[in-house]
Design a protein around this ligand. Structure first.
Ligand SMILES: NC(=O)c1ccc[n+]([C@@H]2O[C@H](COP(=O)([O-])OP(=O)(O)OC[C@H]3O[C@@H](n4cnc5c(N)ncnc54)[C@H](O)[C@@H]3O)[C@@H](O)[C@H]2O)c1
Length: 366
């Protein structure tokens, strides 16, 4: 198969759909790979790295789309890419169709085969192509939180690890899922005292088993949250209700109960956030302050560490990309139930029920 890796053109996106290591695997399997010139530069991979791995570099994004049977990328195509997409071309990337009717209609019109990373689902019901980005965001949440706890940026002026003779900072983690556990691990590693909350007792038991004694678990309810926010310096929002808006576990009135300079990193911002006052921010302007509480709520946290994120993403996408290239999309999806769940739009037909429901369409728009 001929596989194309275009440069991402969405604002501030420095990740790329495939690393040189991924190209190497595809070429080893007798596939041809076209990479747009400088596609990997933002992630620290250069044209010569791709050439050494066996790719052919093309000058323009138009050439990559025109000459490839499958496009592997990171973000959904944006408007200027729509007309480059060809009938029957496989697009393997994040789409998040339910959040954009315009994108959905455009992909229906182009009659491509849209396989969405975010809906590939394994036998346990987990989403293997979303997990690495939650791992990145969870770990990063502590790095960012530690930074914004510093006084010059209006934080409480607390060093998370403390020093001999001074108690460490306190971190409250809402949700013991992928984000929450990674955040707790990083905070614990810095020496902070960590409290992690969930409503799922299985998750709490797991955390209790694997974490050191300065990570404590409590059940998530309003009473406990109201009590704990008064004494914690950094709060991480990592809750998720599958397919729904995140619940507002911290309401506006609770901000007044927190000490000035408390920092909230609401990672769940992409699902509406678990704090009532959360609104999406960007890496250029990541924080805002309400009632003396610093809010950090960047919606694409992994975008700030593209080297790590690109590698983490392609580690998990490559086996599927290889399957698609080796077998073609029909045989690959027939053989692999997880990949089959990734099929969202096939040659103008929406095949993923949640998309139809999200827009209130009665039937498939073709
Ligand atoms: N901002 C970013 O850049 C970014 C990056 C990656 C992920 N995310 C988001 O982070 C969020 C968490 O993702 P995840 O992969 O950790 O999800 P996950 O499903 O692994 O974990 C979510 C956890 O929340 C728990 N939960 C549900 N209701 C709760 C409640 N009332 N109180 C406490 N816990 C509760 C669940 O039991 C589960 O353990 C998602 O919204 C995800 O989209 C954001």
């Amino acid at each position: 198969m001929i596989v194309g890796i275009p440069k991402e053109i969405k604002n501030n996106e420095s990740r790329v759909g495939m690393t040189p290591a991924g190209v190497f695997e595809l070429v080893k399997n007798n596939h041809k790979v076209y990479v747009q010139s400088d596609a990997g530069e933002g992630s620290g991979f250069f044209n010569q790295d791709y050439q050494q791995a066996g790719a052919i570099i093309l000058d323009t994004i138009g050439q990559v789309y025109a000459m490839s049977e499958m496009i592997v990328k990171v973000k959904e195509p944006i408007e200027e890419e729509y007309d480059l997409i060809q009938k029957g071309q496989i697009l393997f990337t994040y789409f998040h169709f339910a959040s954009s009717e315009a994108l959905t209609k455009a992909m229906i019109k182009q009659k491509a085969i849209c396989i969405a990373y975010e809906t590939v689902e394994d036998e346990e019901g987990t989403l293997p192509l979303l997990t690495p980005m939650s791992e990145v965001a969870g770990r990063m949440a502590i790095q960012q939180g530690a930074k914004y706890l510093e006084k010059p940026v209006k934080g409480r002026g607390v060093l998370l690890g403390g020093v001999p003779g001074v108690a460490p900072g306190k971190v409250l983690v809402l949700g013991a899922g992928v984000v929450g556990i990674q955040a707790a691990k990083m905070a614990a590693g810095l020496g902070a005292h960590v409290t992690i909350l969930d409503i799922n007792m299985k998750r709490l038991r797991y955390v209790n088993d694997v974490m050191p004694p300065h990570v404590v678990t409590e059940f998530s309810n309003e009473f406990n949250i109201r009590r704990l926010i008064k004494t914690h310096d950094l709060i991480i929002g990592g809750v998720l209700l599958k397919g729904a808006k995140a619940p507002n576990l911290i309401t506006r009135d609770m901000l007044k109960e927190m000490r000035p300079g408390t920092v909230i990193v609401d990672v769940a911002v992409d699902q509406g956030g678990c704090v009532e006052t959360t609104k999406p921010t960007t890496h250029e302007d990541p924080i805002y302050i309400i009632d003396d509480v610093v809010h950090y709520s960047v919606a694409n946290m992994p975008g700030a560490v593209p080297y790590t994120s690109t590698m983490a993403l392609t580690n998990v996408t490559l086996p599927y990309a290889l399957k698609l290239a080796n077998l073609g999309w029909e045989a690959a999806c027939a053989k692999d139930a997880s990949l089959n769940k990734g099929l969202n739009i096939v040659e103008g037909k929406v095949v993923y029920q949640e998309i139809i429901e999200a827009f209130g369409w009665e039937e498939v728009v073709a």
